[in-house]
Design a protein around this ligand. Structure first.
Ligand SMILES: Cc1cc2nc3c(=O)[nH]c(=O)nc-3n(C[C@H](O)[C@H](O)[C@H](O)COP(=O)(O)OP(=O)(O)OC[C@H]3O[C@@H](n4cnc5c(N)ncnc54)[C@H](O)[C@@H]3O)c2cc1C
Length: 431
C-alpha cells in the first residue's frame, strides 16, 4: 500500500472509530442519513469525506435494493447532453432542480464513478449505463466509497420515533437503541415498489415537523384506456407523437415522444413521462403524424389525386398496417379502396383520425408498480439550494421522498445524486 493511502485509511479508521464509539456512548453524531438508496448513499459518502461522523441507517437487510433493479438491473444512472436540457425533465419542478443539477451535473456523475473505477457507455438515445451493464457496479462503488470515507452503515434498522430538541435529533429504533445527531437527512425514497423497502415513513417524518405532503401518485407507468378496440395493436409503436392531455375542456399538458400500444392501453416514453399529470377520465389526444390538421389535409388532397390503393399509400407514410386496418374499419372505408375514390368528407375523417386520435383514461397504473412516485414533501417548504426544511432547522429531505419526479432516461437517479451533493456541501460548510 502506498504511504498516502495508509495515511488516508488511518484517518478513515479514526473517523469511523470515533463514530462507533460515539454511537456506543450515545453521543451526538454530526449527521444521520435515513435511507440507503442513491440519494442517501451519495450524501453520506460526501459528508464523511470531509471528516464528519456519519451514520447511514437502512431499514432493509441490504442497502440500495431499488438501485439494483433500476434500468432492468443495468442502471441507467444519468443522461448525456447539456445539463440545461435536463431542467424540463422534472415536470413543473424546474425551480427545485435547477441549482442542484447545475451544482452536480451529469458530467460530475460520470466523472465521480470513473474515479471509482466504473466506466460508462452512452446509448443512441443518450441513456448512460455502467459499461458492465450491471447496477451492482454503481451500488458497489457507492458502498465502497462510503466505507473508505468512514461512513458507518447500519442496515436492518427500523426507526420508530424521532424527537427533536433545540434543532438536534434523537432517533429510537424498534430494538430500543437510540441515536443522536446534529443534522438529520431523510432520504427514504418514494412509495412505489414496497417489496424493495419503499414506504411513506419519510412523509410521516415530514408531517411530524409541520410539512405538507403532495398526494403521492404513480409516475413513469402505463395508462389503461376505456377503448378496447386497440387491443390488437399491442406492441405497435409510433415515433415522435404529440400528446395533449384534456380534462373536460381544459388543456392540462402537451408532450412529445414515442407511443406504444399495449394490451389494455398505451405506454412508451410519451405516456411514461406524462403520467405525473394524467388522471382517470382524462382524454388523451394524439397527433400520430407530426403534421397539423391543415398540413395533412393539404397533403392528402394533393396525393389522393393519384390512383394508388389506400393501404399502399399509408405504407409509404410508414403507418403500421394493423393500425391502418383498424382506422379504416372505424371510419367505414374499405381497405382495398383507391385514394382517388376518397371523397372530401372521408378525407377529412382520415385527417382527423391521424391528427387527433382520442382515447379516454380508464386508470393510471397502480402506485405499487410505478417506477417513480410523483408527489411527496412539498417543494415550497424546502430550500432548493440546500434541501434543508424551511420549517425545521438541521432537517433535510433529498431524493424521491421530495415531490420531484423525473422523466425516463436516468433523470431520477441523477437528481437523487444532485440533491445529495448540494445538501452534503451545505452541511460540510456549516462546520
Ligand atoms: C423498476 C425500477 C426501475 C428504475 N429504473 C431507473 C433507471 O434506470 N434510471 C433512473 O434514473 N431511475 C430509475 N428508477 C427510479 C430510481 O430507482 C429512484 O428514483 C431512485 O432510486 C430514488 O432514490 P432515493 O435514494 O431517493 O430512494 P430509494 O432508492 O427508494 O432509497 C430509499 C431507501 O430508504 C430506505 N428506507 C425507507 N424507509 C426507511 C426508514 N424508515 N428507515 C431507514 N431506511 C428507510 C429504503 O429501504 C430504501 O433503501 C427505477 C425505479 C424502479 C422501481
Amino acid at each position: 500500500m502506498e504511504k498516502n493511502v495508509i495515511i488516508i485509511c488511518h484517518y478513515v479508521d479514526i473517523y469511523s472509530k470515533t463514530c462507533y464509539s460515539k454511537l456506543e456512548r450515545g453521543g451526538f453524531l454530526d449527521v444521520i442519513v435515513m435511507g440507503a438508496g442513491p440519494a442517501g448513499l451519495f450524501a453520506a459518502q460526501k459528508i464523511a469525506s470531509a471528516g464528519l461522523q456519519v451514520l447511514l441507517i437502512e431499514k432493509n437487510n441490504e442497502v440500495g435494493k431499488k438501485l439494483l433493479v433500476s434500468g432492468s438491473g443495468q442502471c441507467n444512472f444519468t443522461h448525456a447532453g447539456n445539463i440545461e436540457d435536463f431542467f424540463d425533465k422534472y415536470g413543473d419542478k424546474q425551480k427545485t432542480v435547477k441549482h442542484a443539477l447545475k451544482s452536480f451535473d451529469n458530467k460530475g456523475t460520470t466523472n465521480f464513478f470513473k474515479r471509482l473505477g466504473v466506466d460508462y457507455e452512452i446509448t443512441e438515445g443518450g441513456k448512460i449505463f455502467p459499461k458492465s451493464r450491471k447496477s451492482s457496479s454503481i451500488l458497489g462503488a457507492l458502498v465502497n466509497i462510503n466505507k473508505l470515507n468512514g461512513t458507518v452503515i447500519k442496515s436492518n434498522t427500523n426507526i420508530k420515533s424521532i424527537i427533536e430538541y433545540d434543532n438536534m435529533y434523537n432517533l429510537m429504533d424498534d430494538k430500543g437503541n437510540s441515536y443522536c445527531c446534529n443534522n438529520l437527512i431523510i432520504a427514504t425514497g418514494g412509495c412505489s415498489y414496497p417489496q424493495l423497502g419503499a414506504n411513506s415513513s419519510g412523509h410521516k417524518i415530514a408531517k411530524q415537523f409541520g410539512h405538507s405532503i403532495v398526494e403521492p401518485k404513480a409516475a413513469l407507468t402505463n395508462v389503461l384506456t376505456q377503448e378496447t378496440i386497440y387491443q390488437e395493436l399491442s406492441g405497435v409503436s409510433f415515433e415522435n407523437v404529440s400528446l395533449t392531455i384534456l380534462r373536460g375542456d381544459k388543456k392540462i399538458k402537451d408532450k412529445k415522444g414515442d407511443l406504444l400500444f399495449t394490451h389494455k392501453g398505451v405506454s412508451g416514453p410519451v405516456i411514461l413521462n406524462s403520467t405525473r399529470w394524467i388522471q382517470d377520465k382524462d382524454r388523451l389526444v394524439f397527433n400520430l403524424v407530426n403534421m397539423s390538421y391543415e398540413e395533412l389535409d393539404a397533403k392528402f388532397e394533393k396525393d389522393f389525386q393519384n390512383k394508388i390503393q389506400l393501404l399502399s399509400y399509408f405504407k409509404k407514410l410508414e403507418l403500421p398496417k394493423s393500425f391502418c386496418n383498424i382506422m379504416l374499419e372505424h371510419i367505414g372505408l374499405d381497405v382495398h379502396m383507391n385514394c382517388a375514390n376518397i371523397n372530401k368528407h372521408q378525407r377529412k375523417k382520415l385527417v382527423k383520425y391521424l391528427t387527433s386520435l382520442t382515447l379516454t383514461v380508464e386508470s393510471v397504473g397502480p402506485l405499487a408498480t410505478a417506477m417513480v412516485t410523483a408527489g411527496g414533501v412539498n417543494t415550497k417548504e424546502i430550500n432548493p439550494t440546500t434541501f434543508e426544511s424551511r420549517k425545521q432547522k438541521n432537517l433535510y429531505f433529498i431524493g424521491e421522498v421530495v415531490d420531484v419526479d423525473g422523466d425516463t432516461g436516468g433523470y431520477n437517479i441523477q437528481i437523487a445524486f444532485s440533491m445529495a451533493y448540494v445538501c452534503a456541501t451545505h452541511i460540510i460548510s456549516k462546520r
